[in-house]
Design a protein around this ligand. Structure first.
Ligand SMILES: Cc1cc2nc3c(=O)[nH]c(=O)nc-3n(C[C@H](O)[C@H](O)[C@H](O)COP(=O)(O)OP(=O)(O)OC[C@H]3O[C@@H](n4cnc5c(N)ncnc54)[C@H](O)[C@@H]3O)c2cc1C
Length: 543
């Protein structure tokens, strides 16, 4: 897949802005970063997490070199124009809700808001249409959402309001350092499917909660997914913020901070090997043969499955390697992008229509339960499949030419097809067409003629675009008791320090995991600064 086809923009800049261009045109060929020069820290990979780490370290006064394998920075936090010029599609993430509690944004520790980062909170927040013509819309206004639940069940509407209080209280207790109560421990240990059934009486309401719960690529049938029952509640409390201009604006702002502190970012620089001297990681070697020396350490966001192949096995230790060997992929994702001449609008039962920035589809609750089986047998089953649909241009008109829109349809389908993953190259187009028709079944006014251009990414394409999304795992690997918290990436190695001295790891393979949270990135910065005898708070206070 060439760079253009992979969704990577031309070297003109991935948002088409002058400032963004300044950031990304410093390719490995063009930029002045002699391989002989040593930096305090060499950062391998430029997803938002490693950019966060790099930005804190740069602010702390260290010299920084970031090496990104692709032509643009950002990884899963990237906006490009793969369909048509002027249509800014979020190649992966769109919604940054989970980032908002991070002091990086909450306290704007790095001054990102002054670097062009601005958030839009779409209203309606979310919409779900059902096959019987009914629908449920979540609005920013709680009373308005409550009324939507009440269309299906007064009892469920009361439960919705009660859950808002419960989640608020739960969060305050956690923020105060209190452990979860027994009741919450039980809720969390349950499956989302079971808890949603215990909480609500109406299947539409249950389907809505399970549909948004599964955006983490974990279907709510698994034990330990109970919090998925509360995901919609979190959306009501916090909204679904999207950066103005595209998800990639976060990466652009981080890149600007790094460069403002003298850091250097080189793109098209895939790292192929760790340089080891005297048992210590002292740099990296790129696939083009260039070597970069790190005076203090290397920070990687390379997928842990790939990273272990980049240094001799004996340096990792048998336990660590065995732990990595057991690392499991998650339900793989596809992303189909469209440039359109109309927004995706759904009819409303009472008349009229609604064009939300975000919608979801799940015709009935039990459909959520078949993901694991389909994955195991490697079959693509499209009937009644759950989907997440973004039409961000509705809330942010800067993303498309006037009167036009961007549309992204995402969902989970097996990476390991029974015919092999490469079979995706043969079936991608018919699968995308079938899914588009399925969506249009809920939005009959949205004609095929409204599609001006498309850019289709199968689970295999997602991995090709970003090797950190191993086997289409957009959060790097499965969420679940075996790969969470102190188990991520490997039990005993969850503090961002790797078994090889001079090597740190951040990104979605590390705690607390994937999504746009910036938490692995900030946590890694805290660990690295501590090893340098510094505190992140002091670095921030320094201004
Ligand atoms: C279609 C889709 C939709 C999504 N929607 C959302 C959403 O709305 N909200 C949300 O919170 N999350 C969403 N996600 C998940 C989210 O994008 C990821 O979990 C997140 O981007 C992970 O960030 P990261 O910084 O850990 O790593 P990544 O973003 O994966 O970045 C890793 C970087 O390292 C680079 N790299 C890898 N190997 C090498 C190497 N050897 N040498 C040099 N560079 C290398 C990669 O090219 C990449 O740039 C979505 C993902 C996808 C695919």
């Amino acid at each position: 897949m060439n760079e253009r086809a992979a969704g990577a923009p031309s070297r003109r800049g991935f948002l088409g802005t002058v400032a963004a261009a300044a950031l990304i045109t410093r390719t490995g060929i063009a930029a002045a970063a002699p391989a002989s020069e040593a930096y305090d820290f060499v950062i391998a990979g430029a997803g938002h997490n490693s950019l966060v780490t790099a930005a804190y370290l740069a602010k702390a006064g260290f010299s920084i070199l970031v090496l990104e394998g692709r032509p643009t920075i950002g990884g899963g936090c990237k906006t490009a124009e793969p369909c048509l010029p002027g249509f800014r599609e979020d190649m992966c993430s769109s919604v940054h809700g989970l980032l908002m509690s991070n002091p990086l944004i909450r306290k704007d520790e790095l001054g990102l808001l002054a670097q062009g980062l601005e958030y839009i909170y779409p209203d309606p927040v979310m919409h779900i249409p059902f096959p019987d013509g009914r629908s449920l819309t979540m609005w920013q206004d709680v009373e308005r959402t409550r009324a939507e639940y009440a269309k299906f069940s007064e009892r469920d509407a009361r439960t919705f309001v009660r859950m808002l209080d419960e989640l608020g209280e739960f969060r305050r207790a956690r923020a105060a350092g209190k452990p979860p109560s027994g009741l919450w421990r039980r809720r969390m240990a349950m499956s989302g499917y079971d808890l949603v059934h215990a909480l609500f009486e109406d299947d539409h309401v249950r389907a809505f909660h399970l549909a948004v719960g599964r955006f983490s690529s974990v279907p709510g049938g698994d034990p330990g997914t109970g919090m998925q029952a509360y995901t919609a509640i979190a959306h009501q409390l916090g909204g679904r913020p999207i950066p103005k201009g595209g998800s990639g604006m976060l990466s652009v702002a981080l890149g600007r901070v790094i460069e403002a502190h003298g850091g250097v970012i080189l793109t098209s620089k895939p790292v192929g090997r760790l340089v080891i001297e005297g048992g210590r990681c002292t740099g990296v070697e790129c696939l083009d043969g260039s070597r970069y020396r790190a005076k203090r350490a290397v920070v990687s966001t390379i997928h842990i499955r790939h990273l272990v192949k980049m240094a001799p096995a004996e340096l990792w230790g048998a336990d660590f390697l065995a732990g990595v060997d057991l690392w499991q992929p998650e339900h793989a994702m596809f992303a189909f992008h469209y440039a359109t001449s109309a927004p995706l609008a759904y009819p409303l039962a009472g008349g009229g229509e609604i064009a939300p920035a975000e919608s979801t589809i799940l015709p009935y609750p039990a459909r959520i339960l078949r993901h694991s089986y389909d994955d195991a047998v490697g079959e693509v089953v499209l009937k009644d499949m759950p989907l997440q649909i973004l039409c961000s241009s509705v809330a942010d008109p800067s993303r498309a030419p006037a009167g036009h829109h961007t549309l992204k349809i995402i969902g989970n389908l097996p990476y390991g097809l029974k015919e092999g993953p490469e079979h995706w190259d043969r079936i991608k187009k018919p699968v995308a067409d079938a899914i588009l028709d399925y969506v249009r079944g809920f939005a009959p006014g949205f004609s095929r003629e409204a599609i001006l251009a498309e850019f289709l990414m199968s689970p295999l394409d997602i991995e090709r675009m970003n090797p950190a999304m191993w086997r289409g795992s957009v959060h790097a690997g499965r969420y679940g008791p075996a790969q969470m918290d102190d188990m991520r990436p490997v039990p005993g190695w969850a503090d961002y320090r790797m078994p090889i001295p001079g090597l740190y790891q951040t990104g979605a393979c590390t705690a607390p995991g994937g999504s746009i949270t910036g938490k692995p990135g900030r946590n890694a910065a805290i660990a690295i600064l501590a090893d340098e005898g510094m505190r992140l708070d002091d670095v921030i206070r320094r201004g």
